[in-house]
Design a protein around this ligand. Structure first.
Ligand SMILES: C[S@@+](CC[C@H](N)C(=O)[O-])C[C@H]1O[C@@H](n2cnc3c(N)ncnc32)[C@H](O)[C@@H]1O
Length: 263
């Protein structure tokens, strides 16, 4: 049996509790922190939810790396952000292995916390998905530890792994197969072990180690089973199946390798 009036009330409560902007200056309680995945590059791959959240929050936090001039995430999401109406808060983050990185992440999280505690909603944008090798996870950890009252909502995005598989036309895994996603693993023993235990391996963050990885894949007889995907879904996209074509000029942070053990 349906209870239309009751159903409407419940629906309203769900919408209100998940809508951005329900907190803000003048209301009680902190703002909401959104971790928003903006996808792998093509703005059409931003989810409807990501677009809605980005359109509604007063502050968009853009993580920048120390080395690049413009944030890739920002270039993807730019058309959904209005700097005349929204504050774009750029924060520079060090790489994982940089000395003192943990302290920098913590103070960046604290900077965001101060905005949130004033009742402002903040969307932290991240390329791909926010829960896969993302700076957002460091911020999330600090906010949860130091400010457990700040509500957090994570908006998943299309990861580069899924985008690269789609652009290369390779099913990542089927039936009972096993998939491993590894960061910058390229040593021959690591690769041998990975391929012994998994049917498909995705090597991310390969740029600095790409050429060594290629040599080792060749030694393991896997070169013919790997595909290199660079800047998937962008205008600079490159999908390379003949890995011998690759050289130093192809080293690009936004690239990955998919290795399929195959038949
Ligand atoms: C810090 S991780 C971020 C991963 C991201 N959160 C995701 O879900 O795709 C950065 C790595 O993701 C991969 N990557 C990100 N965007 C890519 C793209 N458009 N094409 C190929 N690889 C990409 C590269 O391996 C890069 O080194």
């Amino acid at each position: 049996m349906l209870y239309p009036a009751c159903g409407r009330k419940i629906l309203r409560e769900i919408l209100v509790s998940s809508a951005p902007g329900t907190t803000g200056p003048g209301t009680t309680g902190p703002g909401r922190l959104y971790g928003v995945g903006v996808g792998p590059g093509d703005p059409e791959l931003l989810t409807l939810k990501a677009q809605r959240v980005l359109g509604q929050v007063p502050i968009v936090c853009v993580p920048q790396s120390e080395t690049s001039q413009e944030s890739f995430a920002y270039t993807i999401a730019r058309q959904f952000i209005d700097p005349d109406r929204q504050r774009v808060l750029r924060i520079t983050f060090p790489t994982d292995d940089a000395e003192g990185a943990a302290q920098v992440w913590r103070s960046a999280a604290e900077q965001l916390a101060q905005e949130l505690l004033q009742g402002q909603d903040v969307a932290f944008i991240t390329e791909g998905d926010p829960m896969l090798y993302s700076t957002f996870s460091y911020v999330l950890e600090s906010i949860r530890a130091d400010h457990p009252d700040i509500p957090v909502e994570i908006v998943p995005g299309v990861s580069s792994v899924m985008a690269a598989a789609a652009r290369a036309g390779i099913p990542l895994v089927t039936h009972g197969q096993r998939l491993a996603i590894l960061p910058a693993v390229y040593g021959i023993d690591d690769l041998r072990e990975a391929i012994a235990n998994y049917d498909t391996i995705v090597l991310m963050k390969v740029n600095k180690v790409l050429l060594d990885a290629l040599v080792n894949l060749e030694k393991l007889g896997l070169a013919g089973k790997a595909v290199y995907v660079r800047r998937a879904t962008t205008e600079q996209e490159q999908v390379v199946t003949d890995l011998q074509q690759l050289s130093e000029k192809d080293l690009d942070y936004f690239s990955l390798l998919i290795i399929r053990k195959g038949d």
